[in-house]
Design a binder for this molecule. Structure first.
Ligand code: UDX
Ligand code: ADP
Length: 479
């Protein structure tokens, strides 16, 4: 089956970069990315390619190469569905905020709307590819909607979960460890559909990196991969608390265990807690699925990863308060970074938002600087938590676009994101313009603590005892 037209529904963090790379690597295929969000599509079409709505290293170059050639962004969803041989669904699947499964299950409202739209518009056979992270057996629901409301059109459903990590999305797509394609290999039409998608990826990835499985394995593999990755972060974060009490150094522990080839060195970076759109959502989803089958031990096991992560965020914020003499009321605290990790402007589930919320509850005055996140996004995140009024959020938290301004007259600095530029600041200049004693809480362990201690800072890192000049190392402060 030859694919000449692809449509992707959803121009977000997954749909945008994935389609840009497919268009770049498959110049003979027309790729149209559609979204109901007009502002987002306008930004993707902005003449200045630097204004595309998603910041990812290398993405603007790929868009520049393919846009207008075989990559198009549009709000005309029906037209793009009609023309396509293959449709990717890359819409958002957030955790449900209402009804059964509230706070745990994935909300499939948007997926279902897409399926119904595809069924209504389609006049010829199509392959529908699930790209969004979905609970196991969603493909079955999709197929049922498509088969029962369509007009005699045949649909093949594939699961092709996304493994790209934000900040390295383009590299992860261009040089993927593996691509997973789940489909129905028991029928000839199912096999053709699988091969059509395999062929697309084979434009740039060797055959052995494109795995084919049944649909359910593919759907569950995505949740499993994210659960395992998140579990590693929670595991090292659990050890970080123990390190702080015992005098061990979590970085040394991570290095020592990471050299065991069975464990490996990646995803052992202790931090203020993981964020992002996937880890929490996918684990909650897994927990919900396990519970719905009565597998309570399985559910409890994975839920603990989230409990540990919440504890880590709270613990970090509580440590700031206890170090600042048990009160931050009226004290200026600078947060460096708001994105959930470096090299992205995505803030979904960012630890920064929860730490800020905790400190605002303690009546701190927060000033935020992030190199890529826009001010409106920061306020939207805080408002979403619903802890106080919009007016109060804007009164108590300010956003600046210059790091030295953020730190001026601050009692403390908290590093929330591991942006490279934070390492290169003139920290002596920052120290000089802060209130004394000046505190730094490094939520990412990226700063040179010896150098900073020499300037006079009191430093608390994750998984290390507090560090001050000439008194190193000190005993942890018990909170
Ligand atoms: C993740 C998966 O990696 C990706 O395969 C999937 O498709 C989507 O979810 P993403 O959330 O974009 O990607 O970023 P990731 O690099 O996995 O980081 C997630 C969070 O964990 C970030 O907040 C990051 O700072 C944190 N993290 C990661 C740590 O705290 N320590 C680590 O060692 C690694
Ligand atoms: P992800 O990280 O999964 O890509 P995003 O929220 O960044 O999530 O992107 C999902 C996009 O899907 C949003 O831009 C949203 O407007 C779009 N979307 C949701 N439902 C529909 C729909 N029915 N038709 C078209 N676009 C949709």
């Amino acid at each position: 089956m030859k694919i000449t037209n692809i449509c992707c529904i959803g121009a977000g963090y997954v749909g945008g970069p994935t389609m840009a790379v497919i268009a770049q690597k498959c110049p003979e295929i027309n790729v149209t990315v559609v979204d109901i969000n007009e502002a987002r599509i306008a930004a993707w079409n902005d003449e200045d390619v630097e204004n595309i709505p998603i910041y990812e290293p290398g993405l603007s170059e790929v868009v520049k190469e393919a846009r207008g050639r075989n990559l198009f962004f549009s709000t005309d969803v029906d037209a793009a569905i009609d023309k396509a041989d293959m449709i990717f669904i890359s819409v958002n699947t957030p955790t449900k905020t209402y009804g059964i499964g509230k706070g745990m299950a994935a909300d499939l409202k948007w997926i279902e709307l897409c399926a119904r739209q595809i069924a209504r518009v389609s006049k010829n056979d199509k392959i529908v590819v699930e790209k969004s992270t979905l609970p196991v057996r969603t493909a079955e629901a999709l197929k049922s909607i498509l088969d029962n409301t369509g007009n005699g059109v045949n649909f093949q459903i594939l699961s092709n979960p996304e493994f790209l990590a934000e900040g390295t999305a383009v590299e992860d797509l261009q040089n993927a460890d593996r691509v997973l394609i789940g489909g129905d290999s028991t029928t000839a039409a199912g096999q053709d559909a699988i091969q059509a998608l395999v062929h697309i990826y084979n434009h740039w990835l060797p055959k052995e990196r494109v795995l084919t499985t049944n649909v359910w394995s593919s759907e569950l593999s995505k949740l499993t991969a994210n659960a395992f990755l998140a579990q590693r972060v929670s595991s090292i974060n659990a050890m970080s608390e123990l390190c702080e009490k015992t005098g061990a150094d979590v970085n040394e522990v991570a290095r020592a265990i990471g050299m065991d080839s069975r464990i490996g060195p990646k995803f052992l970076k202790s931090s203020v807690g993981f964020g992002g759109s996937c880890f929490q959502k996918d684990i909650l989803n897994l927990v919900y699925i396990a519970k719905s089958y009565g597998l309570n031990e399985v559910a409890d096991y994975w839920e603990q990863v989230i409990i540990m992560n919440d504890h880590q965020k709270r613990r970090f914020a509580a440590n700031i308060v206890s170090n600042l003499y048990n009160t931050v009321a009226g004290k200026k605290i600078a947060l460096l970074g708001w994105a959930f990790k470096k090299d992205t402007n995505d803030t979904r589930e960012t630890a920064a938002m929860y730490v800020a919320d905790y400190l605002l509850n303690e009546q701190a005055e927060i000033v935020v600087y992030d190199p890529k996140v826009k001010v409106e996004q920061i306020y939207a995140d805080l408002d979403y938590l619903g802890s106080r009024s919009r007016e109060e959020n804007r009164k108590l938290l300010t956003v600046v676009n210059e790091p030295y301004e953020a730190c001026r007259d601050a009692h403390a600095i908290a590093v929330m994101t591991e942006w490279d530029e934070f390492r290169t600041y003139d920290w002596e200049r920052i120290y000089d313009c802060m209130l004394k004693p000046a505190f730094i809480f490094d939520g990412r362990n990226i700063l040179n603590i010896k150098e900073l201690a020499n300037y006079g800072f009191n430093i608390s890192s994750i998984g290390l005892p507090p560090f001050r000049k000439e008194k190193e190392p000190q005993k942890s402060i018990v909170i």
